[in-house]
Design a protein around this ligand. Structure first.
Ligand code: XMP
Length: 315
């Protein structure tokens, strides 16, 4: 039986022995990276810098929630608002794969800069057993010079520390409970974040619109599921379409944007069936979106496509 207290007692001296200088970790607020950050921070305190990169494309309230959690856990951390850089880099980009590439590269650039500023010599990662077992790299030590980890450039020359590399997900969750890390029960969220829920070029304004719409979809479906009116879908969100249509506001004709609601049932995301969300729940979401966002959005549609042939995300 895995005992989190025993694991911590074993790990702390090992980490103190092996990390001689400063270390850095990128934390998304997910369970693996947060547990790794808290554990290493217990071992070396302020010599660990935990970096959360705010791309401007995160879900509503996410950055503030991660900041609050890391403060509560007394982890030396920095919230880097890199949103201008991300929006600049994404300017005019429409192709989904290019969006993904730009976001990945930009993230590395920002993180690399922080590592240099902090004079970090070690890179902590929240890698867990299934991550390396799947990639067939079973010979790595807990601490070893890294080779292009997660796309970081070779010349960054950080030594890799992976304190959770022998743990499985349920053990990491036990560690999270033990260390007081709130495990988010939020649905899966893609790495490129809201950028792939904005069809067409990504702008700050459109990110604000889709973020708000995603939040309304989340709130209403979670409420309906809690009240037993429907089963909570596996994933549910809003997509901003590059389509404008005519509507009316009072006596005025408006030409506004369109939001698509996507909600699916799935086991692992490989295939999915669109959720049969009750019409009154959909109607309520539509009324909320068009009322609360009336300056921008005047039409809401529901996506009734399974995967395959569609994917879950629209990009
Ligand atoms: P699709 O859209 O391919 O998505 O049916 C399947 C699942 O993967 C998520 N997804 C991503 N996750 N980086 C990620 O980390 C990505 O680029 C990415 N694209 C899709 C998607 O949200 C769904 O849960």
């Amino acid at each position: 039986m895995f005992d989190p207290q025993e694991f911590v007692e074993e790990m702390l001296p090992q980490l103190r022995d092996s990390i001689k200088g400063k270390a850095i970790i990128a934390c998304s607020g997910g369970v693996d990276s947060t547990v790794a950050a808290v554990l290493v921070s217990k071992a070396i305190g302020e010599r660990l810098l935990t970096v959360y990169v705010d791309t401007g494309l995160m879900r509503k309230g996410e950055t503030a929630a991660v900041d609050k959690m890391l403060s509560r856990l007394k982890v030396n951390h920095k919230i880097v608002d890199a949103s201008d850089e991300f929006f600049d880099a994404l300017k005019g980009v429409v192709d989904p794969e290019r969006k993904r590439k730009i976001i990945g590269e930009r993230f590395i650039r920002v993180f690399e800069r922080e590592a240099k500023h902090f004079h970090a010599e070690y890179l902590v990662q929240g890698t867990i057993a299934p991550d390396w077992i799947e990639s067939g790299d079973a010979t790595r030590d807990t601490i070893k010079s890294h080779h292009n980890v997660g796309g970081l450039p070779e010349d960054i020359k950080l030594k890799l520390v992976e304190p959770l590399r022998d743990l499985y997900k349920d053990e990491v969750r036990k560690m999270a409970r033990h260390l007081g890390v709130e495990v988010s029960e939020r649905q899966p969220f893609p790495g490129p974040a809201l950028a792939i829920r904005i069809m067409g070029p990504v702008t700050r304004e459109d990110a604000d619109i889709v973020r708000e719409a995603c939040d309304i979809v989340e709130e209403e479906l979670e409420k309906a599921a809690k009240e037993g009116r429907m089963e909570l879908p596996w994933q549910y969100f809003a997509v901003l379409l590059p389509v404008q249509s005519v509507g009316v506001h009072g006596d005025n004709r408006v030409y506004g944007k369109t939001i698509a609601i996507r909600a699916v049932q799935s086991i692992d995301g490989m295939s999915a069936a669109y959720s049969k969300v009750p019409h009154e729940v959909l109607e309520h979401i539509s009324v909320r979106i068009t009322n609360e966002m009336k300056r921008n959005v005047n039409r809401v549609v529901y996506d009734i496509t399974n995967k395959p042939p569609a994917t879950i995300e629209w990009e």
